[in-house]
Structures are given as C-alpha cells and as structure tokens.
Design a protein around this ligand. Structure first.
Ligand code: SF4
Length: 342
C-alpha cells in the first residue's frame, strides 16, 4: 500500500527518539493519511502496535520490503460502515473441521492436509442451528479448513440452512464423485457457495495455494454454477493493485456486486506478511469451533480472540461476545471492512 507520508527511522526505537518523530508526523498529517514507518529494528513492532492503539491510530500492515521492516498505519478513525453496525450475533460462523486438502501460505487458521481434524460434529451443529433460530441469527457461514472433506457435510449444511440462509466457504476443488451427489441434494435457495479464487490468472493464486489449483477451482466454479448454485467469488489479496486487477476480472465475468468478496491477507495463522489485526480492530462475528466461541473468523484458533470455551447454551455464548464487545473500548477504529470474510 502506498503511503501519504514516509518516515525512515533507521535504527531508532521507542527508547532512542522514535516517539518525538511519530508525534511530529501526526502534527503534519490529516485524518485518514497513511504513514509508512521504515526501520531496521524488528523489535519496535509490538510497541508500535500498542502506541497506535493508545493514540487512536491504526496499524494496517507490517512487512519486509527491500530487506527492511515497513509498518503502515492510518491516522485517526474511519467512519463505521453500515456493515460494521450489523448487530452482534446476526452472523454466525461455524468452523467445521480445520483440516484441508490445500496448504495456502496465508491460511489464517493454519489449515492443511497435515492439520489434525478438529470436528465440530453434526450433533453440535444441529444443536447450534436449533438454538440459533431464536437468537436473531440472519446468516450462517460454514467454513473448514475445507468443509467438503467431511462425509456428513450434506447433513451439516441442511441443519444450518433450516435455521438461516447459509453460505459455505470452499476452495471448490472437491465437487466430483460423492461430493457432487451431496451438492445435488442441497437447497439452492438456502445455500450459497463462496469459492476462493485469488486472481484472474493462475500465477498468483497458484503461488499461494499450490500449483494447478487455479484451474481446478475454475472447474469447480463452473460445476457449481451448472448445478444451479449461486456462487460468490472470494479473493485474498496483498495489495491494492491485486484487488483492482481482480475487480476488473469480476467486471469482465459480470459477477454481481453481492457475489464479490475481496479481502486482505491477515497477519494470523500461517501468514508471514499481511495486515496486523487485533481484537479491537474487528467487529465481532460470533464464530464457533470445536474448541469454543471466538470473536471473529479471522484467527479462530488464537487465544486473544477466544471469548469462551462454552458453546451451550448458545444464548449465553452470544451474551458473552456482546459483553466482551461492550468492554472493548477501542472499537471506534475498525478494520472489519478490510476483513469482510463473506
Ligand atoms: S485458506 Fe482455505 S483452502 Fe487454503 S488452507 Fe486455509 S482453509 Fe484450506
């Protein structure tokens, strides 16, 4: 991301003169300006993140560029969008298994073929769906790892769709054989397939997700559409330029606005670069895994995003997330629209 102000701090740290430089930058910046801090001391990262949180600025990105560390923060708050004002609990996320047929290098929950299956399981999904009906849940999102690895994914999706319109996040590579049969049995008017496709051509997608995956995903998208499913395409990108290129591709493919998701790589899970994102940056979207209830699907295995281990009663789990949100003093600055996972 290009900055409005570049600040080269050399080897300075908070102990050796960095703070006055940051204050001087703030004095000459406008709200919304992007400031890039480039330096040689890795160690200032956590302190810079804390400083940003205390001063109401927002750390967006931490990466290595030309062998040096570069942090990017935005000055001041941004106005909350309508999406960010969505009531807590109106969206419910379920992580069904965590294992995956792919090993994407930025996976925010470290899914892979080697990741142990941590299954939410059909009985719990059925209970969650049953209890969700009375709790104002408007949409359910089912994610894996890769949910179509599960033999009972059909029953899982049917249980969810009976409670609320359901979107299943998938890499779209398993829609053959028995899985194609499962797809045929699902209600097209209640279930949307959100398929991950990162780029218009194979290079970038395959770079992150593995050789040959772009072509197989394109095939899966075609198959899903031919079966009559609404397909939403979701790209995970590193830069504005990648996002823009993908937007042009979606324009050419005539993909409707509501069927597009473009989000940044989050510095969570397997990612080594991306936008550093903390709990205070995210509007909570109740997320349930085999381990418990989390604040948001980005980082749904990270201790700082866990709210409670107790899934049931679901009303209490929702209340716990709402209480945590009320306690969170910094939610004026939100990056939720950057991590619009669906
Ligand atoms: S990003 Fe999705 S497809 Fe890739 S490893 Fe993670 S869960 Fe699997």
């Amino acid at each position: 991301m290009k900055a409005d102000i570049d600040l080269d701090i050399g080897q300075k740290t908070f102990a050796s003169g960095l703070l006055p430089e940051l204050i001087a930058v703030l004095r000459r910046s406008q709200p919304g300006d992007l400031v890039a801090v480039v330096g040689d001391e890795d160690s200032i990262g956590p302190e810079l993140e804390t400083w940003c949180r205390f001063t109401g600025n927002h750390l967006l990105e931490a990466r290595i560029e030309n062998g040096r560390k570069r942090w990017l923060f935005r000055c001041g708050a941004v106005a909350a969008s309508a999406e960010e004002n969505r009531p807590v609990g109106s969206r419910l996320w379920l992580y069904t298994n965590f294992d995956c047929n792919l090993r994407c290098d930025y996976c925010c929950v470290r899914s892979s073929p080697a990741a142990p299956r941590r299954e939410l399981g059909l009985p719990r999904v059925q209970q969650i769906a049953h209890e969700a009906i009375g709790l104002g849940v408007k949409e359910i999102f089912v994610t894996g790892g890769e949910p179509f690895l599960l033999e009972d994914i059909g029953e899982i999706l049917r249980a969810c769709a009976a409670a609320a319109p359901t979107t299943v996040l998938t890499n779209g590579m398993l829609f053959t054989g028995p899985r194609a049969e499962i797809l045929r049995t699902l209600a097209r008017d209640r279930i949307v397939l959100q398929i991950s496709l990162d780029s218009a051509t194979p290079e970038l997608h395959d770079l992150h997700r593995g050789s040959g995956t772009w072509a197989r995903t394109r095939e899966g998208i075609k198959r899903a559409r031919s079966l009559g499913f609404r397909v939403r395409l979701a790209a995970t990108v590193s830069t504005d330029a990648e996002a823009e290129e993908f937007r042009q591709f979606l324009d050419n493919e005539k993909v409707a606005a509501e069927d597009r998701v473009i989000r940044r790589i989050a510095l969570r899970g397997s990612a080594t670069e991306g936008v550093a994102v903390a709990r205070a940056d995210l509007v909570p979207e109740v997320t349930i895994t085999a381990e418990g209830v989390y604040w948001h699907p980005v980082g749904a295995e990270d201790a700082d995003l866990m709210v409670t281990r107790d899934i049931f009663p679901l009303s209490e789990a929702f209340a716990a997330v709402r209480r945590a949100f009320d306690r969170e003093g910094e939610h004026a600055n939100k990056l939720a629209r950057i991590f619009n996972c669906a």
